[in-house]
Design a protein around this ligand. Structure first.
Ligand code: SF4
Length: 362
């Protein structure tokens, strides 16, 4: 029996029943695939259902305000995906008459669609025999066939693409690709796979040569950097100040409190001599209600150490009034904000200091 038959038999016995598996609507498949990149299925399901019900068609998504898209996406991370989806929907309306193109090469021209997503849409929705290779597939193929090329290099990517094209079931590319993806996600998992129960254990190169922990080969890792973010939550009567983050950094288009980024972890006595602190407060009177411990938050290539300082003022400076949006404190929940801020706002003691009641408790 050949590879494709074995993996499809395994899939028929073990497949996950996911809502986007029961549709051939390319838009739904596209949304699901984008959400599932870097997101576990259990977490992605709720987001998928919410996204589809809020924006049922490409046209709805294209016409939506970007803030609304970001709000539905809030908490999923990797926010470029949401912005690209929105931009791509506009592109599809303008250039493709509101319909996703039906060829792999045309799909690659859509904003934010890389080879994996284009392959997934082309094979799942349009039944084209093209690979959909993600990290799971790299792992499965490198282990079973003993591929020592790194999937992080272009030569390696090409080698995996060629191998998958040789293996793919031309009559059922959708089932074949889904089977490979599920097999990697459920059976040939990164750590301690249950090889004794695997239908490929008699031919698997990594299993037979005790190389499971060495494959797939890792390429050069991108260095991570540490960043120190000090958010100033300003309480002015029952309002606070926020601004939208600009492009070119993490969390583009999300909203945040006034921020002082420092080169190292600093305590409040050093923070108040930062030039931005003077811009925020000038010589106006203020009261520091709370200064949090740093909260560690890991992104793909950055580790953030975020502190929150809650400050009460009697009068906003001109700088604050002109550069920031003044909103009633509870309205912050109407804006898309980074998860680390959302988590802090939901927790004590920010609740205590930001609620009206908090004032009298002090
Ligand atoms: S034998 Fe083990 S390493 Fe090889 S494909 Fe199966 S689960 Fe993966």
């Amino acid at each position: 029996m050949d590879f494709k038959n074995i993996i499809i038999i395994w899939y028929n016995q073990n497949r996950r029943d996911l809502p986007w598996r029961n549709t051939e609507n390319p838009y739904y498949i596209w949304i699901a695939e984008v959400i599932l990149q870097q997101t576990r299925v259990a977490q992605g399901l709720g987001y998928y259902n919410r996204f589809i019900s809020t924006f049922p068609t490409i046209k709805d998504l294209a016409n939506a305000d970007i803030d609304k898209v970001m709000k539905v996406w809030q908490g999923l991370g990797y926010y470029t995906r949401a912005r690209n989806l929105h931009g791509a929907a506009k592109q599809i309306m303008a250039e493709y008459n509101g319909l996703l193109p039906t060829s792999y090469q045309e799909l690659l021209k859509i904003k934010g669609l890389g080879p994996y997503s284009a392959g997934a849409i082309a094979s799942f929705a349009f039944k084209l025999a093209v690979p959909a290779i993600d990290g799971n597939v790299y792992r499965v193929l490198s282990r079973i066939f003993g591929v020592f090329a790194s999937p992080e290099t272009s030569a390696g990517k090409k080698e995996f693409y060629t191998l998958t094209m040789e293996l793919i079931d031309k009559r059922h590319p959708d089932t074949f690709n889904q089977a490979l993806l599920d097999f990697g996600a459920m059976q040939c998992v990164p750590r301690s796979p249950n090889c004794l129960a695997c239908p490929f254990n008699d031919i698997c190169y990594a299993y037979r040569n005790n190389l499971i922990n060495q494959l797939p080969l890792k390429g050069k890792r991108i260095a991570t950097r540490d960043r120190f973010l000090n958010y100033i939550i300003i309480r002015y009567k029952d309002s606070t100040f926020i601004q939208k983050r600009e492009a070119g950094d993490i969390w583009t288009s999300l909203y945040e409190f006034p921020l002082i980024e420092t080169a190292n972890q600093v305590e409040i006595d050093l923070l108040i001599i930062e030039p931005l602190w003077s811009e925020f407060f000038g010589k106006e009177r203020l009261k520091i209600l709370h200064s949090s411990q740093p909260i560690k938050h890991i992104l793909s290539h950055q580790t953030l150490y975020t502190k929150f300082i809650i400050v009460e003022i009697d009068k906003p400076t001109y700088y604050l009034k002109t550069n920031y949006l003044k909103i009633p404190i509870p309205n912050i929940q109407d804006y898309s904000i980074p998860k680390v801020i959302d988590n802090f706002l939901a927790a004590e003691p920010s609740e205590k200091y930001l609620r009206n009641k908090g004032r009298s408790e002090k």
